[in-house]
Design a protein around this ligand. Structure first.
Ligand code: ATP
Ligand code: MG
Length: 393
């Protein structure tokens, strides 16, 4: 791939905002792209960091006499959380708009800041999307190595890049978090969490395998979530009455990063791994679409009473006093041929009175699209095209 800048789906908000996202997904590049005229402060700059951490008030003088509504960008804001008080003041007194960028909301929150008490929106950036890569999207490569920019821009060196990505992450995010005092148990956890990508989390058994207390496992997961390396997908519960609570699934934000965490970069990947990579990729695209197009729908998985699963349930209309919620259901399969038995969990959900299934979609790695008695079966790329065209939800 050439050196050209890939246009991102994320639109510049009109008001001040926080921009969060994992390391290296293109946050700084995007900010420079959409705010070329802004006054730019990068707190990675050591002398700037020193000056502003000693005296946050200097921010106003350093910005200069720019008119109201002008944009001010502060990159790596988590390095000086106390700067947010000053930002708050300048938003009120000077009416400047701020873009505040960081790879972790954790340090800001831990520092006791209130993220400007709702004065700023929150935006997220993630690895490249199918819709951004466009012609250069390569499903096979994305399943193996994921979509972070460094990997996509230098595809032949994916394994080495991901290896140093995870090591850098560990070094920068974890050691500096201060929460992880011992590295070895965290590394054991990381390996296990990598292997468990896309699976239901059983903290008890992870605690046993990693030989760390249960509460530590929870802390470790919260670090992954706060640094946006992964997120929990919760089980859908259309009625709150349901007794037993299903554990959530954990998804890494990118299949390549999951593979690196699992320590499998230099091993060939098997079909099972590729299947979870495909789910990870689909989830990534669902989240990206949901966020960049401001759909803000709830995304879940579903477990039927008999224990079979629906990979993704998207709630397109909430439950109302007089009507059950509306959902669309997706089943993801790494397979060249569609097996009609895979429709069963979704079809049984459609029979339920608790919710209304507006659309049933199977996503597979075959060539052809089908509609089996109301159930759409789509090749991965066709599904992604329809998703980003707004035809799925
Ligand atoms: N839209 C893009 N098109 C082409 N290359 C990109 C794009 N976005 C990012 N890159 C490349 O990916 C790398 C990482 O991007 P960038 O530094 O912007 O990420 P970041 O999210 O700010 O990372 P960090 O959290 O480490 O600050 C850079 O080398 C950049 O050139
Ligand atoms: Mg950056």
């Amino acid at each position: 791939m050439s050196n050209r800048i890939i246009k991102r789906l994320l639109a510049l908000p009109e008001r001040s905002f926080f921009l969060f996202g994992p390391r290296g997904v293109g946050k700084s590049t995007w900010l420079k792209q959409v705010l070329p005229e802004a006054c730019f402060f990068d707190l990675l700059d050591a002398s700037l960091y020193l000056e502003l951490s000693q005296d946050p008030h200097k921010l106003e003088a350093m910005t200069g006499n720019i008119p109201a509504a002008s944009w001010v960008v502060i990159d790596e804001i988590q390095k000086i959380p106390s700067l947010l008080d000053e930002v708050h003041r300048l938003m009120e007194n000077r009416q400047w708009r701020f873009a505040l960028c960081g790879s972790s909301a954790r340090k800001l929150r831990r520092a006791g800041t209130n993220l400007l008490g709702g004065r700023a929106l929150t935006r997220e950036l993630d690895a490249f999307s199918f819709a951004e890569l466009d012609q250069s999207f390569d499903l096979e490569h994305s399943l193996q190595w994921g979509n972070i920019p460094w990997v996509q821009l230098d595809r032949n060196n994916a394994a080495d890049i991901l290896n140093s990505y995870v090591n850098t992450y560990i070094k920068e995010e974890i050691k500096e978090e201060g929460v992880v005092r011992k590295l070895q148990p965290f590394l054991r956890f990381l390996g296990i969490a990598g292997q468990l990508n896309s699976q239901v989390v059983n903290a008890q058994s992870i605690s046993r395998d990693a030989a760390v207390p249960r509460s530590t496992v929870d802390t470790y997961f919260s670090i992954l979530v706060d640094t946006l390396l992964g997120s929990f997908l919760h089980a859908y519960r259309p009625s709150a009455k349901i007794r037993e609570q299903t554990h959530p699934k954990f998804y890494w934000f990118d299949p390549g990063v999951a593979r690196a965490a699992a320590g499998l970069l230099f091993d060939p990947v098997d079909r099972i791994w590729q299947g979870t990579a495909l789910e990870t990729l689909i989830y990534h695209e669902l989240k990206t679409y949901n966020h960049t197009r401001n759909r803000n729908r709830g995304i879940y998985f579903y477990r039927t009473i008999t224990g079979s699963e629906v990979d993704f349930v998207i709630e397109t209309q909430k439950k109302r006093p007089a009507s059950p919620p509306h959902v669309i259901c997706l089943e993801v399969k790494l397979a060249q041929k569609w097996d009609r038995r895979w429709e069963q969990p979704i079809r049984s959900l459609k029979g339920s009175k608790k919710l209304i299934v507006d659309r049933m979609v199977g996503i597979y790695t075959g060539e052809r699209s089908y509609n089996f008695d109301g159930f759409d079966v789509l090749p991965v790329e066709e599904f992604l095209r329809q998703l980003h065209q707004g035809k799925i939800f």
